[in-house]
Design a protein around this ligand. Structure first.
Ligand code: SF4
Length: 205
């Protein structure tokens, strides 16, 4: 039985699958880069700003979603929502979810758009659908974490589900020991935060 991995692994998976092998199979953690520290601080800031305006709700989230679907409560937005998907064996926290009676929007805040970021937002969307048995359409969105402008948004569809299931299955295979090809692009290696600990990077220097 594979263990739950984090949704955020889609980003390194798309950058260089070897990063997933290093972190999840070999247990090698890269030093935190300045960009990572800035990203964490920005997420905390967005959370603080949201909480300043937010109303506290006593109702548990699954019940609140059910009440919105029945038209008993208005649409709402909340942040830092724990999600998991048994079909993907992934867990994590979605940056923001917005729930309406007929649709939901699941947002991941990123510094830039990448394929991995889009996969991550799609995977959160599938997890939300599974976890809350949400019957409406679901939009996966990547938003710029500083300007809060949309970078990418698509309605979750069958082809997305096939794509993220395939990618998640490959991430699990790597996490269980299937060694992927390392990156062949020295420029990418030079920007990679694993470069000082990655044996595959040394041969390029
Ligand atoms: S240093 Fe290069 S090969 Fe190693 S994980 Fe980073 S990008 Fe991949």
């Amino acid at each position: 039985m594979p263990r739950f991995l984090n949704f955020s692994l889609f980003v390194p998976f798309h950058y260089c699958k070897y990063q997933v092998y290093l972190s999840e199979y070999l247990g090698i953690k890269a030093p935190a880069s300045p960009a990572l520290v800035i990203g964490r601080e920005r997420h905390e800031q967005l959370e603080r700003e949201f909480l300043l305006e937010a109303e506290e709700v006593e109702v548990p989230l699954p019940e609140l979603v059910g009440r919105v679907l029945e038209g008993l409560e208005p649409a709402f937005v909340t942040r830092e929502v724990p999600l998991f998907s048994r079909s993907l064996m992934l867990k994590g926290r979605a940056d923001e979810i917005e729930v309406h009676p007929d649709k939901a929007v699941i947002t991941d805040d990123k510094p830039r758009l990448s394929e991995g970021g889009a996969s991550q937002a799609l995977a959160y969307s599938l997890a939300f659908k599974e976890q809350f048995l949400f019957p409406g359409k679901i939009m996966a969105r990547v938003r710029h974490r500083d300007t809060l402008e949309d970078l990418w948004a698509e309605w979750l569809n069958r082809s997305h589900v096939r794509r993220i299931k395939k990618e998640a299955a490959e991430m699990h295979a790597i996490a269980e020991g299937r060694e992927p090809e390392p990156c062949r692009n020295p420029l990418k290696c030079s920007k990679c935060r694993y470069r000082t600990v990655c044996p595959a990077a040394e041969s390029k220097e």
